[in-house]
Design a protein around this ligand. Structure first.
Ligand code: GDP
Length: 139
């Protein structure tokens, strides 16, 4: 398994607020190489499947509604130690608790509308990347 890759989405709030460029700049400056990228919108079925692990949580309906309300940018990123380093770059789930300079501190508005997704393990990075990209879309 390739372990130097992670998967990210720039979420609908950040797209709506004009932060695609700012977030991609932070990602590039931190040394991540973009090996796959697309501008797309999740269907309800996509979002329910992507976040299936949270289906019993009280915020699940809100999360699915949020993630489907507008376009997202999906990307696969490559760097040594990609999963861990990207989680550090994006910061805590709740932007109020995110460290200074992190993407969520800079661009997120709330715990739900938190600007970006980052895979939490190598295994999930591979699953999530394959959810969005075919082999010929990954470079
Ligand atoms: P992450 O790995 O940091 O993205 O956090 P989690 O895996 O715990 O949660 C997945 C996503 O669900 C988060 O990024 C948020 O968009 C959303 N979420 C988590 N907690 C809450 C919450 O308490 N309320 C709402 N509305 N959304 C939440």
């Amino acid at each position: 398994m390739i372990t130097n890759r992670t998967f990210t989405m720039i979420k609908p709030d950040a797209v709506e607020n004009g932060h695609i460029g700012g977030i991609l700049e932070k990602i590039s400056s931190a040394g991540f190489k973009i090996v796959a990228m697309k501008y797309t919108q999740l269907s309800t079925r996509d979002a329910e499947a992507f976040y299936a692990v949270h289906s019993e949580r009280p915020f699940f309906g809100e999360l699915v509604e949020f993630m489907t309300r507008g376009p997202i940018v999906a990307a696969i990123l490559e760097k040594d130690n990609a999963v861990e380093d990207f989680r550090a770059l994006i910061g805590a789930t709740n932007p109020a608790e995110a460290a200074e300079g992190t993407i969520r501190k800079l661009f997120a508005t709330s715990i739900g509308e938190n600007a970006v997704h980052g895979s939490d393990s190598d295994e999930n990075a591979a699953i999530e990347g394959a959810f969005h990209f075919s082999g010929r879309e990954i470079f």
